[in-house]
Write a protein that binds this ligand. Structure first.
Ligand SMILES: C[S@@+](CC[C@H](N)C(=O)[O-])C[C@H]1O[C@@H](n2cnc3c(N)ncnc32)[C@H](O)[C@@H]1O
Length: 213
């Protein structure tokens, strides 16, 4: 792997703020993404130049929406986005990465072992099969499904109290419109579009936050 994974000056400032003394762990994660992550098809090779800006920083920044010591379930974690970023940035959080594909779970477990993270576990399966075992304060998801479907997969994992934090793009407001009915049916009490990281990131993160209970 000859790609340059170094951070720009602005990314360095952001990464130091977000990861603090765990920045070396984040760098190691990025190296895994750029090597075995690409080789094993978890990410496309074109993502390598923007691993920090578009993926890791953009995902990790949502930690600012989370209370101390909370349980977080990341649905459809794939290469650990955002779940592993959160586990690295916030050792106080307790993360469960839910992912149905075996080879992705194997890769995630290898990376977690290599980084020595003790606040994150991987559960293989679909979110809708995990309702009996997971009771999270926050459920996160990125690029898993449109909100009208995602709400049904994720909100039950909150068991009546907590926040769904879905990282979305420009379609956020439109997706909310289409999902209003199902969100209400599932107990959503407040749905909002938030922009996170305006003071730190060059590319901000847009999330849909749905509060339940
Ligand atoms: C496009 S990938 C996104 C991965 C990662 N969140 C990211 O942003 O790079 C979607 C992931 O969701 C997983 N997935 C799809 N349906 C799911 C379900 N019902 N429950 C849990 N994960 C699911 C897929 O296996 C896949 O890894």
């Amino acid at each position: 792997m000859t790609e340059d994974l170094s951070l720009t000056a602005a990314e360095t400032v952001a990464a130091e703020k977000i990861f603090g003394d765990r920045l070396d762990l984040a760098k190691r994660y990025v190296t895994h993404l750029a090597t075995s992550g690409i080789e094993r098809g978890l990410l496309g090779p074109r993502e390598v130049p923007r691993l920090w800006s578009r993926h890791v920083l953009n995902c990790a920044i949502i930690e600012s929406l989370m209370e101390q010591d909370a349980e977080v379930a990341d649905v459809g974690s794939g290469a650990g986005l955002p779940g592993l970023c959160l586990a690295i940035a916030r050792p106080d959080l307790k993360l469960t990465l839910i992912e149905p594909l075996e080879r992705r779970c194997i890769w995630l477990t290898e990376v977690i072992d290599d980084l020595g993270l003790d606040n994150v576990t991987v559960m293989r399966g679909r979110a809708e099969q995990m309702v009996e075992t997971i009771n999270a304060r926050y459920v996160t998801a990125r690029a898993v499904s449109a909100l009208s479907n995602l709400a049904g997969l994720t909100i039950p994992l909150l068991h009546g109290k907590g926040d769904l934090i879905a990282i979305k793009g420009r379609s956020a407001a439109e997706e909310i419109d289409k999902a209003q009915k199902v969100i209400r049916k599932l107990g959503g009490t407040k749905t909002e579009v938030l922009t996170v990281g305006e003071d730190i990131l060059e590319e901000v993160t847009t999330v849909v936050r749905i509060k339940v209970g």
